[in-house]
Design a protein around this ligand. Structure first.
Ligand code: F6P
Length: 326
């Protein structure tokens, strides 16, 4: 009999559609393997405050289709301190929990990595963030759904943009990464895509808009990732509007609408596969690793690599977007 008999599961950082499907997979895989499963509420804060909740098979019934997270989530400053992590460890010991699945993004895995440097209770990660910015996995849970939510909204804006000959700046999420911006931009035939990974884009944007106007383009959709160095969509609109008096300029910030909603089929299936694989990893005595998806196969990536290495956007896709917007 292995040493893992009781596992905990938590969600941390920004919520993402599909987190519930991952929780369900963790709980059901645990039960299938005769493990006790405990939910930890509100991410690392709940670990520190002792917010534990026993989870049975029925606790996760009918949640696979729901956005958000039944375990709630938080961004926790206290877990960044030694004292906070010690409290978390003491609480896990008190509960007799011998392994934890953490579902979240970069900050979540950084916390888990540091915890596992000091303490012997293994943590295994499942990448859940709409940003898709985690190194070592092609996809993070929630990205596909967020992308589909974004393109539905952008398509609607295109209708009104072309009815009025307008220049629209649409801000999508991604404080540090342009993944949502690039794919939503291509999918909606955006005239330009501005992402944090590319610097000094204003000049080329203006040039592109001038060329578009010469070719009698009647509407323009510019996708701006929220973390662009020139500012958000509103600031960029301000910087270019005086040069394009023929268009009336409008700005839409899609915001948190991108984080909600029922997960897509892709996110549900990926979350189910990853949740299962995370429990299997704990049973195989793994620690400090994230499960990921590479070429549609489940892989394990050390937290060390996942948090330290920058995930590159697909530059070919960005180039393609430029070519197709002529
Ligand atoms: O990391 C997910 C994310 O949605 C980012 O795209 C965004 O920058 C951030 O979270 C927003 O965070 P909050 O919900 O705290 O405003």
């Amino acid at each position: 009999m292995g040493k893992i008999k009781h596992i905990g599961v938590l969600t941390s950082g920004g919520d993402a559609p599909g987190m519930n499907a991952a929780i369900r997979a963790v709980v059901r895989t645990g039960i299938y393997n005769n493990l006790k499963v405990t939910g930890i509420m509100q991410g690392y804060q709940g670990l520190i405050d002792g917010l534990f909740k026993p989870l049975k098979s029925h606790s996760v019934s009918e949640i696979i289709q729901r956005g958000g997270t039944i375990l709630k989530t938080a961004r926790c400053e206290e877990f960044k301190t030694e004292a906070g992590r010690k409290k978390a460890y003491d609480n896990l010991k008190k509960q007799n929990i011998n392994g934890v699945v953490v579902i979240g993004g970069d900050g979540t895995f950084t916390g888990a990595k540091i915890f596992n440097e000091d303490y012997d209770i293994p943590f295994v990660g499942v990448p859940g963030t709409i940003d898709n910015d985690i190194f070592g996995t092609d996809r993070t849970i929630g990205y596909d759904t967020a992308l589909n939510t974004a393109i539905q909204a952008i398509d609607k804006i295109r209708d009104t943009a072309s009815a009025h000959n307008r220049l629209f700046f649409i801000e999508v999420m991604g404080a540090e990464a342009g993944f949502i911006a690039i794919r939503s931009g291509i999918a909606c035939g955006a005239e330009a895509i501005l992402i944090p990974e590319v610097k000094d884009q204003l000049k080329s944007l203006k040039k592109q808009l001038v060329e578009g106007s010469r070719r009698k383009k009647t509407s323009n959709i510019i996708i701006v990732a929220e973390g662009d160095e020139e500012g958000g969509a509103a600031e960029i609109a301000n910087k270019v509007k005086d040069d394009f008096k023929d268009y009336s300029v409008r700005v839409t910030v899609l915001g948190h609408i991108q984080r909600g909603g029922s997960p897509s089929a892709f996110d549900r299936v990926t979350a189910s596969r990853m949740g299962y694989a995370a429990v299997e990893a704990l049973l195989d005595d793994q620690k400090s690793v994230m499960v990921g998806l590479k070429n549609n196969e489940i892989v394990q990536v050390p937290f060390r690599k996942a948090v330290k290495t920058h995930k590159e956007v697909n530059w070919e896709l960005l180039e393609l977007a430029g070519i197709l917007s002529v």
